[in-house]
Design a protein around this ligand. Structure first.
Ligand SMILES: NC(=O)c1ccc[n+]([C@@H]2O[C@H](COP(=O)([O-])OP(=O)(O)OC[C@H]3O[C@@H](n4cnc5c(N)ncnc54)[C@H](O)[C@@H]3O)[C@@H](O)[C@H]2O)c1
Length: 269
Protein backbone atom coordinates (compact mmCIF):
# COMPACT_ATOMS: atom_id res chain seq x y z
CA UNK A 1 0.00 0.00 0.00
CA UNK A 2 1.34 3.40 -0.98
CA UNK A 3 4.71 1.91 -1.94
CA UNK A 4 6.75 4.29 -4.07
CA UNK A 5 8.30 3.10 -7.29
CA UNK A 6 11.98 3.64 -7.92
CA UNK A 7 12.95 7.08 -9.19
CA UNK A 8 13.93 5.64 -12.58
CA UNK A 9 10.45 4.15 -13.18
CA UNK A 10 7.33 5.81 -14.51
CA UNK A 11 4.87 6.81 -11.84
CA UNK A 12 2.25 4.43 -13.30
CA UNK A 13 4.58 1.62 -14.35
CA UNK A 14 2.79 -1.76 -14.20
CA UNK A 15 -0.65 -0.16 -13.93
CA UNK A 16 -3.57 -0.31 -16.36
CA UNK A 17 -5.99 2.59 -16.76
CA UNK A 18 -9.38 3.07 -18.36
CA UNK A 19 -10.21 6.66 -19.37
CA UNK A 20 -13.74 7.53 -20.50
CA UNK A 21 -14.18 10.59 -22.66
CA UNK A 22 -10.63 9.73 -23.72
CA UNK A 23 -11.00 11.27 -27.19
CA UNK A 24 -11.82 14.72 -25.76
CA UNK A 25 -9.69 17.55 -24.39
CA UNK A 26 -9.09 16.50 -20.78
CA UNK A 27 -9.28 12.76 -21.55
CA UNK A 28 -6.67 12.88 -24.33
CA UNK A 29 -4.30 15.07 -22.28
CA UNK A 30 -4.62 12.58 -19.41
CA UNK A 31 -3.98 9.58 -21.66
CA UNK A 32 -0.84 11.26 -23.02
CA UNK A 33 0.33 12.00 -19.46
CA UNK A 34 -0.45 8.47 -18.27
CA UNK A 35 1.40 7.03 -21.28
CA UNK A 36 4.53 9.00 -20.39
CA UNK A 37 4.35 7.49 -16.89
CA UNK A 38 4.24 3.90 -18.17
CA UNK A 39 0.56 2.92 -17.82
CA UNK A 40 -1.21 0.55 -20.20
CA UNK A 41 -4.28 2.36 -21.50
CA UNK A 42 -7.83 1.95 -22.72
CA UNK A 43 -9.39 5.03 -24.30
CA UNK A 44 -13.19 4.74 -24.23
CA UNK A 45 -15.34 7.24 -26.09
CA UNK A 46 -18.16 7.67 -28.57
CA UNK A 47 -15.80 9.53 -30.92
CA UNK A 48 -14.09 6.66 -32.68
CA UNK A 49 -11.99 8.49 -35.27
CA UNK A 50 -10.20 10.85 -32.90
CA UNK A 51 -9.88 8.09 -30.27
CA UNK A 52 -8.24 5.69 -32.71
CA UNK A 53 -5.92 8.44 -33.95
CA UNK A 54 -4.87 9.19 -30.39
CA UNK A 55 -4.28 5.53 -29.58
CA UNK A 56 -2.13 5.16 -32.74
CA UNK A 57 -0.09 8.18 -31.62
CA UNK A 58 0.37 6.71 -28.12
CA UNK A 59 1.41 3.30 -29.46
CA UNK A 60 3.84 4.91 -31.93
CA UNK A 61 5.41 6.60 -28.89
CA UNK A 62 5.98 3.23 -27.22
CA UNK A 63 2.83 3.00 -25.06
CA UNK A 64 0.39 0.10 -24.93
CA UNK A 65 -3.03 1.57 -25.71
CA UNK A 66 -6.32 0.41 -27.21
CA UNK A 67 -9.48 2.24 -28.21
CA UNK A 68 -12.89 0.95 -27.20
CA UNK A 69 -16.03 2.61 -28.56
CA UNK A 70 -18.35 3.06 -25.60
CA UNK A 71 -21.47 4.99 -24.68
CA UNK A 72 -20.99 5.56 -20.96
CA UNK A 73 -24.74 5.97 -20.54
CA UNK A 74 -25.13 2.22 -21.07
CA UNK A 75 -23.99 -0.11 -18.27
CA UNK A 76 -23.24 -3.03 -20.59
CA UNK A 77 -20.91 -0.89 -22.71
CA UNK A 78 -19.08 0.49 -19.67
CA UNK A 79 -18.72 -3.02 -18.29
CA UNK A 80 -17.38 -4.17 -21.66
CA UNK A 81 -14.77 -1.37 -21.56
CA UNK A 82 -13.69 -2.47 -18.07
CA UNK A 83 -13.49 -6.10 -19.25
CA UNK A 84 -11.43 -4.98 -22.27
CA UNK A 85 -8.95 -3.35 -19.88
CA UNK A 86 -8.67 -6.55 -17.85
CA UNK A 87 -8.48 -8.88 -20.84
CA UNK A 88 -5.89 -6.73 -22.64
CA UNK A 89 -3.67 -5.94 -19.68
CA UNK A 90 -4.64 -8.44 -16.96
CA UNK A 91 -5.81 -5.75 -14.50
CA UNK A 92 -7.46 -2.39 -13.97
CA UNK A 93 -5.72 -0.10 -11.51
CA UNK A 94 -7.10 3.27 -12.55
CA UNK A 95 -10.60 4.22 -13.63
CA UNK A 96 -11.03 7.80 -14.82
CA UNK A 97 -14.75 8.57 -15.22
CA UNK A 98 -14.49 11.63 -17.40
CA UNK A 99 -16.97 11.59 -20.32
CA UNK A 100 -19.79 14.11 -20.34
CA UNK A 101 -22.35 15.70 -22.59
CA UNK A 102 -25.33 17.79 -21.69
CA UNK A 103 -27.84 20.20 -23.13
CA UNK A 104 -29.29 23.22 -21.41
CA UNK A 105 -32.41 25.22 -20.74
CA UNK A 106 -34.14 26.83 -17.79
CA UNK A 107 -35.22 24.33 -15.17
CA UNK A 108 -38.98 24.55 -15.78
CA UNK A 109 -38.42 24.11 -19.54
CA UNK A 110 -36.19 21.05 -19.40
CA UNK A 111 -37.08 18.09 -21.56
CA UNK A 112 -37.56 15.12 -19.22
CA UNK A 113 -36.03 12.55 -21.52
CA UNK A 114 -32.99 14.77 -22.00
CA UNK A 115 -32.74 15.19 -18.20
CA UNK A 116 -32.68 11.39 -17.79
CA UNK A 117 -30.08 10.99 -20.56
CA UNK A 118 -27.83 13.69 -19.11
CA UNK A 119 -27.89 12.19 -15.64
CA UNK A 120 -27.19 8.75 -17.07
CA UNK A 121 -24.18 9.97 -19.07
CA UNK A 122 -22.73 12.25 -16.38
CA UNK A 123 -23.70 10.60 -13.08
CA UNK A 124 -24.90 7.01 -13.53
CA UNK A 125 -21.93 6.41 -15.84
CA UNK A 126 -19.55 6.81 -12.91
CA UNK A 127 -21.58 4.31 -10.91
CA UNK A 128 -21.49 1.92 -13.90
CA UNK A 129 -17.70 2.21 -14.02
CA UNK A 130 -17.36 1.68 -10.27
CA UNK A 131 -19.74 -1.27 -10.30
CA UNK A 132 -17.77 -2.96 -13.07
CA UNK A 133 -14.23 -2.07 -11.90
CA UNK A 134 -14.38 -2.37 -8.10
CA UNK A 135 -14.64 -6.20 -8.01
CA UNK A 136 -11.44 -6.41 -10.10
CA UNK A 137 -9.72 -3.81 -7.90
CA UNK A 138 -10.73 -5.72 -4.76
CA UNK A 139 -9.22 -8.92 -6.17
CA UNK A 140 -6.02 -7.07 -7.12
CA UNK A 141 -5.68 -5.49 -3.69
CA UNK A 142 -6.46 -1.88 -4.62
CA UNK A 143 -7.03 0.79 -7.20
CA UNK A 144 -7.71 4.47 -7.77
CA UNK A 145 -10.95 5.87 -9.15
CA UNK A 146 -11.14 9.50 -10.25
CA UNK A 147 -14.29 11.16 -11.58
CA UNK A 148 -14.49 14.51 -13.32
CA UNK A 149 -16.98 16.67 -11.49
CA UNK A 150 -16.77 20.44 -11.98
CA UNK A 151 -16.94 23.72 -10.13
CA UNK A 152 -20.60 23.32 -11.15
CA UNK A 153 -20.79 20.46 -8.68
CA UNK A 154 -20.28 23.18 -6.03
CA UNK A 155 -21.93 26.30 -7.45
CA UNK A 156 -24.56 26.91 -10.12
CA UNK A 157 -24.88 28.60 -13.49
CA UNK A 158 -28.32 29.42 -14.91
CA UNK A 159 -29.49 27.15 -17.71
CA UNK A 160 -27.54 23.97 -16.99
CA UNK A 161 -29.45 22.17 -14.22
CA UNK A 162 -28.69 18.65 -15.55
CA UNK A 163 -24.96 19.42 -15.61
CA UNK A 164 -24.91 21.06 -12.16
CA UNK A 165 -27.03 18.28 -10.66
CA UNK A 166 -24.98 15.43 -12.12
CA UNK A 167 -21.67 17.04 -11.13
CA UNK A 168 -22.89 17.62 -7.55
CA UNK A 169 -24.12 14.02 -7.37
CA UNK A 170 -20.72 12.76 -8.49
CA UNK A 171 -19.11 14.35 -5.44
CA UNK A 172 -21.18 12.44 -2.93
CA UNK A 173 -21.06 9.23 -4.96
CA UNK A 174 -17.29 9.67 -4.69
CA UNK A 175 -17.38 10.13 -0.91
CA UNK A 176 -19.73 7.17 -0.45
CA UNK A 177 -17.62 4.77 -2.51
CA UNK A 178 -14.50 6.07 -0.72
CA UNK A 179 -15.84 5.20 2.73
CA UNK A 180 -17.16 1.86 1.51
CA UNK A 181 -13.96 0.62 -0.15
CA UNK A 182 -11.11 2.41 1.63
CA UNK A 183 -10.23 -0.69 3.62
CA UNK A 184 -9.83 -2.56 0.34
CA UNK A 185 -7.16 -0.02 -0.62
CA UNK A 186 -9.42 1.46 -3.27
CA UNK A 187 -9.24 5.26 -3.26
CA UNK A 188 -12.02 7.30 -4.81
CA UNK A 189 -11.69 11.00 -5.59
CA UNK A 190 -13.31 13.65 -7.74
CA UNK A 191 -11.80 16.66 -9.47
CA UNK A 192 -13.68 19.93 -9.89
CA UNK A 193 -12.15 21.79 -12.82
CA UNK A 194 -12.98 25.41 -13.56
CA UNK A 195 -12.71 26.66 -17.12
CA UNK A 196 -10.53 24.36 -19.22
CA UNK A 197 -9.50 25.13 -22.82
CA UNK A 198 -11.23 22.21 -24.56
CA UNK A 199 -13.99 21.85 -27.18
CA UNK A 200 -16.47 22.06 -24.29
CA UNK A 201 -15.30 25.61 -23.46
CA UNK A 202 -15.33 26.52 -27.17
CA UNK A 203 -19.01 25.52 -27.19
CA UNK A 204 -19.66 27.87 -24.26
CA UNK A 205 -17.84 30.76 -26.00
CA UNK A 206 -19.82 30.11 -29.18
CA UNK A 207 -22.97 31.17 -27.31
CA UNK A 208 -21.46 34.67 -27.61
CA UNK A 209 -22.42 35.80 -24.10
CA UNK A 210 -18.93 36.30 -22.65
CA UNK A 211 -15.59 36.69 -24.40
CA UNK A 212 -12.52 34.58 -23.69
CA UNK A 213 -10.88 37.68 -22.14
CA UNK A 214 -13.85 38.36 -19.85
CA UNK A 215 -13.82 34.77 -18.63
CA UNK A 216 -10.04 34.83 -18.08
CA UNK A 217 -10.36 38.02 -16.04
CA UNK A 218 -12.70 36.29 -13.55
CA UNK A 219 -9.81 34.10 -12.35
CA UNK A 220 -7.33 34.92 -9.57
CA UNK A 221 -4.62 33.77 -11.98
CA UNK A 222 -6.09 35.96 -14.74
CA UNK A 223 -6.33 33.00 -17.10
CA UNK A 224 -8.17 29.80 -17.88
CA UNK A 225 -6.71 26.30 -17.45
CA UNK A 226 -5.00 24.01 -19.95
CA UNK A 227 -6.08 20.34 -20.17
CA UNK A 228 -2.49 19.31 -19.37
CA UNK A 229 -2.81 21.01 -15.98
CA UNK A 230 -5.88 18.87 -15.24
CA UNK A 231 -3.97 15.78 -16.41
CA UNK A 232 -1.25 16.52 -13.84
CA UNK A 233 -3.82 16.44 -11.03
CA UNK A 234 -5.43 13.25 -12.35
CA UNK A 235 -1.97 11.65 -12.55
CA UNK A 236 -1.30 12.60 -8.92
CA UNK A 237 -4.62 11.11 -7.79
CA UNK A 238 -4.10 7.99 -9.91
CA UNK A 239 -0.56 7.38 -8.67
CA UNK A 240 0.69 6.08 -5.34
CA UNK A 241 1.88 9.60 -4.51
CA UNK A 242 -1.65 10.38 -3.30
CA UNK A 243 -1.87 7.20 -1.22
CA UNK A 244 -3.49 9.00 1.76
CA UNK A 245 -6.06 10.95 -0.27
CA UNK A 246 -9.57 9.56 -0.69
CA UNK A 247 -13.14 10.85 -0.64
CA UNK A 248 -12.07 14.29 -1.83
CA UNK A 249 -13.44 16.69 -4.42
CA UNK A 250 -10.41 18.74 -5.42
CA UNK A 251 -11.02 22.12 -7.00
CA UNK A 252 -8.66 23.05 -9.84
CA UNK A 253 -9.93 26.36 -11.14
CA UNK A 254 -7.15 28.97 -11.24
CA UNK A 255 -8.83 30.72 -8.32
CA UNK A 256 -12.16 31.27 -10.08
CA UNK A 257 -14.32 30.28 -7.11
CA UNK A 258 -12.09 32.20 -4.69
CA UNK A 259 -13.35 35.49 -6.08
CA UNK A 260 -16.43 37.50 -5.16
CA UNK A 261 -15.31 41.05 -5.85
CA UNK A 262 -17.82 43.54 -4.40
CA UNK A 263 -15.57 46.63 -4.38
CA UNK A 264 -14.03 46.61 -7.84
CA UNK A 265 -10.52 46.91 -6.33
CA UNK A 266 -8.09 45.72 -9.00
CA UNK A 267 -5.62 42.89 -8.29
CA UNK A 268 -2.11 43.89 -7.17
CA UNK A 269 -0.21 45.52 -10.04
N1 LIG B 1 -13.79 22.08 -20.30
C1 LIG B 1 -14.16 22.56 -19.15
O1 LIG B 1 -14.13 23.78 -18.92
C2 LIG B 1 -14.61 21.65 -18.03
C3 LIG B 1 -14.78 22.19 -16.76
C4 LIG B 1 -15.19 21.37 -15.72
C5 LIG B 1 -15.41 20.03 -15.96
N2 LIG B 1 -15.25 19.52 -17.21
C6 LIG B 1 -15.51 18.11 -17.39
O2 LIG B 1 -14.36 17.51 -17.94
C7 LIG B 1 -14.75 16.31 -18.60
C8 LIG B 1 -14.10 16.26 -19.96
O3 LIG B 1 -14.59 17.32 -20.74
P1 LIG B 1 -13.70 18.12 -21.80
O4 LIG B 1 -13.61 19.50 -21.35
O5 LIG B 1 -12.46 17.35 -22.10
O6 LIG B 1 -14.71 18.11 -23.03
P2 LIG B 1 -14.65 17.38 -24.44
O7 LIG B 1 -15.94 17.72 -25.08
O8 LIG B 1 -13.38 17.70 -25.13
O9 LIG B 1 -14.61 15.83 -24.05
C9 LIG B 1 -15.72 15.10 -23.64
C10 LIG B 1 -15.60 13.72 -24.25
O10 LIG B 1 -16.68 12.91 -23.76
C11 LIG B 1 -17.14 12.13 -24.84
N3 LIG B 1 -18.51 11.70 -24.60
C12 LIG B 1 -19.63 12.46 -24.54
N4 LIG B 1 -20.70 11.69 -24.31
C13 LIG B 1 -20.25 10.41 -24.22
C14 LIG B 1 -20.87 9.17 -24.00
N5 LIG B 1 -22.20 9.07 -23.82
N6 LIG B 1 -20.10 8.06 -23.95
C15 LIG B 1 -18.77 8.15 -24.14
N7 LIG B 1 -18.11 9.30 -24.37
C16 LIG B 1 -18.86 10.41 -24.41
C17 LIG B 1 -17.05 13.05 -26.05
O11 LIG B 1 -17.07 12.31 -27.25
C18 LIG B 1 -15.74 13.76 -25.79
O12 LIG B 1 -14.64 13.06 -26.36
C19 LIG B 1 -16.27 16.31 -18.61
O13 LIG B 1 -16.74 15.50 -17.57
C20 LIG B 1 -16.61 17.75 -18.34
O14 LIG B 1 -17.89 17.90 -17.75
C21 LIG B 1 -14.86 20.30 -18.26
Amino acid sequence: MGRRKGADMGRLEGKAALVTGGSGGIGSATLRRFAREGAALVCADLQQESGEKLVAELNAGGARAVFRRCDVGDFDQVQAAVETTVSEFGRIDILFNNAASSSGGYTADLDLEEWDRSLRVMLSAALYGMKAAIPHMERQGGGSIVSTSSIYGLVANPGIAPYCTAKAGLINLTRTAAVEYGRKNIRVNAICPGVVETPMFDAVLSMGLKSREQVADMHALGRTIQPEEIADLVLFLASDESSAITGQAIVIDGGLLSSCDLTGTPPAA
